[in-house]
Design a binder for this molecule. Sequence first.
Ligand code: HEC
Length: 286
Amino acid sequence: MMRLSPLATVVLSCLVSAVCARPAGAELGVPIEVPFEEAREWSFVGPLGRYDQVQLRRGFQVYMETCGSCHSLRQVAYRNLSALGIGFGPEDIKALAAEYKVQDGPDESGKMFMRPATPADRLVPPYPNKEAARVANNGMYPPDLSLIAKARKGGPHFLRDFLVGYGAPPEGVEVRPGMYYNAAVSGLQTGMPPVLTDGLVQYEDGTKATVEQMAKDVTAFLVWTADPHMQERKAMGFKVVIFLALLTIMFVALKREVWAHLHRAPRAEGEGVSSNSVPVSPSRAP
Ligand code: HEC
């Protein structure tokens, strides 16, 4: 086995630790902080983490049947949903989009008009503007959820904890009128009512729709909306790291070869001449 110089060993071990030792949650760009539960297992965390497509589909169902009545997902177009796999082919997406209406125009007479949404349109929001959303929600604005998994400290951990964090307020915690106790938020109260209840949705794959399950599924879906190209990025990063590691090994081998003659014992007179000791022939000199 080839022995590596100390420098090469350091470079290689840095590369290896960059791939293997990244803590869970770090690639989501959020600090790891689990407010009141231990760290969770997510399929998408880690250098080789991948989205569980079946879970994303369940999460999308929870979003559409629950969250989507108050929150928007303005960064996601219907056609992006093709990433969710089987059941989201071009025809399915076209049919899904056509169930919603979007404003378009102006037409020849200068008037705006409504038309069915197409796969190129973004998911139609539940309210036409922020003001309408506030009026319908006790003066509080349900934020757009496209990037929420990146925008909140704790990322997926926070989202899951927030969705299961409702309950009766403990002794000494005063909850203002129109607010709800939630253990995951800093002020221990939120303007969002508890929306998840066991059995709220009917999963097609037979998974039991407990609050915990729905919270995790919709969280996975929202991590995907915030970072849909995560898998491609990780795959590319992995290839780059392997390439750099191989390159390092090759350079170390090359360096040893080039410098080898300096480390050899001096040779006997006339026994082979090192290539760089060949004098330049005077006839070739300029
Ligand atoms: C009845 C309307 C309604 C529904 C349904 C609803 N929300 Fe909300 N949500 C709100 C409102 C209003 C707020 C703003 C609360 C505040 O500012 O205190 C909010 C806030 C949030 C926040 C930000 C919390 C924070 O403090 O940072 C997240 C995340 C969130 N909702 C996720 C969801 C998810 C996921 C679903 C579906 C499971 C959902 N919501 C369903 C109304 C709703």
